[in-house]
Ligand binder design. Structure first.
Ligand SMILES: N[C@@H](CCC(=O)N[C@@H](CS)C(=O)NCC(=O)O)C(=O)O
Length: 211
């Protein structure tokens, strides 16, 4: 299978999950500006033009990060990336995935947007993201991972998006539990390998967080 990604963006969570599940995959880099890959037109792979996309060996392609994470978890139950289908815990994990996708990820998208001026971004970050960071900080102060004591696919996604504050000038240094979570994640061989495969260094990913 092939994972279409762009270095430092939201495909990192998928890559971490694939590695946790010990799935074999190939990485294909997507150029955001031209929407091309080494194979040609990326719109032919994913008409939405977004990464991540996971092309399966039968040619079928799955898009939408949180859906891909569920596909990986359900096709690799041994990896315990998500609680079993139908259990209450599964819905707790889905709550986290949805929170990360719709509240964190897409809030950060505003801060990366070329269509929003810097003053509005600063105001937006303070007014919109602070309460979400506080919510995470409280949860992670008494839980090593989002689901409690065990890693899940949601943690890879949280790690992925919490690599971004430093890149958009948002200081999260006061959130000690979030920082500890990030450091915990960076000890996982799958996270180390995924960052390396994207050409990222841990210190660069966390830039702005540790200062
Ligand atoms: N709804 C999609 C959104 C994914 C998304 O926002 N991808 C961004 C990178 S993090 C992207 O591909 N951006 C390309 C662009 O803006 O040109 C998902 O959740 O997977």
């Amino acid at each position: 299978m092939k994972l279409y990604f762009s270095s430092g963006s939201c495909g990192l969570a998928t890559q971490i999950a694939l590695r946790e599940a010990r799935q074999k995959f190939e990485l294909v880099a997507v150029d955001f500006k031209s929407k091309t890959t080494i194979e040609g037109d990326y719109y032919k792979v994913s008409p939405k033009g977004f990464i991540p996309a996971l092309k399966l060996d039968d040619g079928d392609t799955i898009t939408e990060g949180v859906v891909i994470l569920q596909w990986i978890a359900d096709n690799n139950p041994h990896s315990e990336l998500l609680p079993a289908f139908g259990t209450r815990a599964r819905y707790t994990a889905l709550e986290w995935l949805n929170f990360i996708a719709t509240d964190l990820h897409k809030s950060f998208a505003v801060l990366f947007s070329p269509f929003v001026d810097q003053a509005s971004k600063t105001k937006f970050a303070e007014g919109n993201l602070t309460s979400k960071f506080e919510y995470l900080e409280t949860h992670l102060a008494s839980n090593n991972y989002l689901m409690g004591s065990t890693f899940s696919a949601a943690d890879g996604y949280l790690y992925n998006v919490m690599c971004w504050p430093g890149r958009v000038g948002v200081d999260i240094s006061k959130y000690g539990a979030i920082r500890e979570f990030m450091a915990r994640m960076e000890k996982r061989p799958t996270v180390i390998a995924s960052l390396k495969a994207e050409g990222l260094e841990i210190v660069k990913c966390m830039d702005g967080v540790r200062n």
